[in-house]
Ligand binder design. Structure first.
Ligand SMILES: [Cu+2]
Length: 129
């Protein structure tokens, strides 16, 4: 019995770790449900891989959109506002990009989704460590 309890305990622990691994967020943008994941939680100074999955109103993967990612930090004492752009690559029905945060602190990330001539934007606030 003790061994079973231990195994269950370890399984829960592993599930917890897997769950806590990625920074994940789901947002609505027009007719789309956008699932954003960053491979580091919290995101860190330096490169972070971001994955964006888009589903249409019917729950189907959207793979024919063009994504533009803007990210930046507002001006702060001794530092002008910083703004960066990043392109995405479609991989496995998801849009993948790299966010290179140059310093820790509050960043905003905007994902612009253009499809059939219309653009929807999703904005998130990220606290970079
Ligand atoms: Cu700054």
């Amino acid at each position: 019995m003790k061994r079973v309890a231990l195994v269950v305990c370890v399984l829960f622990l592993m599930a917890g770790l897997v769950h806590a691994k990625d920074y994940e967020l789901t947002k609505k943008a027009g007719p789309y449900t956008v699932l954003i994941a960053i491979d580091k939680n919290p995101p860190v100074t330096g490169p972070n891989k971001m994955t964006v999955g888009i589903k249409d109103a019917g729950g189907k993967d959207v793979t024919d959109a063009t994504l533009a990612v803007d990210y930046g930090m507002p001006a702060m004492p001794g530092m002008p506002a910083m703004n960066y752009k990043s392109d995405t690559t479609l991989r496995d029905k998801k849009y993948v990009t790299n966010l290179n945060f140059s310093m820790s602190g509050p960043w905003t990330v905007t994902v612009k989704i253009t499809r059939a001539g219309k653009t929807q934007a999703v904005k998130l606030n990220v606290d970079v460590k």
